[in-house]
Design a protein. Structure first.
Length: 226
């Protein structure tokens, strides 16, 4: 069983049990995304009571949503992909804290991200032996945008504090500069890492060129590889 408050404009209380599905439509106006729909807000007690991993997420300047993990599946280089889905079948998929795919979001979507080498995020950026540069490929749409080579460079910016659902936590702030030379595009992703585990606590990413930034705050951790 999975229930969630979806990230995007159609707001449902949604329960899945086996192959059955029940939904109660609370507000089905798509334009709420742009008309100040209030941010989702849950207490830490409510979050911990749920038996599922959860996160807050925000697309661009839209409202903050609360998502509960829908699927966890094996992914490249011994990672686990985590799929967070709205009641309208919009999807944000993450692995090791990185957005690796989106589906049915307004505007540009990241269709695929792949690489011949492990993502440094999956190896632990705080490990001195972890490479601080990485090469990967992305597909994005609409349009026919396939296999664009990208290069990222990570830079540790030092100790910081990050608010996780109103609680200040110590973190290591890291920036990732992504360059896609064939498109003459460069953008910066931000990560706040747990100083002990190296896992991503919060991140702001541009998954693809011309795509609105996605802000993700992990709340209750998935009990496995993030």
């Amino acid at each position: 069983m999975t229930y969630f408050k979806p990230l995007f404009p159609i707001i449902f209380f949604f329960m899945l049990s086996g192959c059955t599905q029940q939904a109660s439509n609370l507000a089905d106006t798509y334009s709420l995304l742009y008309k100040g729909f209030p941010d989702a807000s849950y207490s830490n007690e409510e979050i911990q009571m749920l038996p599922y991993a959860s996160m807050y997420a925000r697309l661009g300047d839209g409202p903050r949503g609360f998502l509960v993990l829908a699927y966890a599946e094996p992914y490249a280089h011994n990672q686990t992909s985590l799929k967070w889905m709205s009641a309208d079948n919009e999807v944000i998929e993450t692995a090791s804290g990185r957005v690796i795919k989106t589906l049915k979001l307004p505007g540009t979507n990241l269709a695929k991200l792949d690489s011949d080498t492990p993502d440094p995020l999956s190896l632990g950026l705080l490990n001195p032996s972890t490479p601080k540069t990485w090469q990967f490929r992305i597909d994005f749409m609409p349009g026919y945008h396939f296999g664009y080579p990208a290069t990222s460079v990570f830079e540790n910016k030092g100790n910081a504090k990050v608010a996780i659902n109103g609680v200040a936590r110590p973190a290591v702030y890291t920036e990732e500069t992504v360059s896609i030379s064939s498109l003459d595009k460069t953008y910066t992703n931000q990560y706040w890492l747990d100083p002990s585990s190296g896992k991503v606590l919060k991140t702001v990413q541009h998954p693809a060129p011309n795509m609105d930034a996605i802000s993700v705050t992990f709340l209750k951790a998935y009990q496995g590889a993030q």
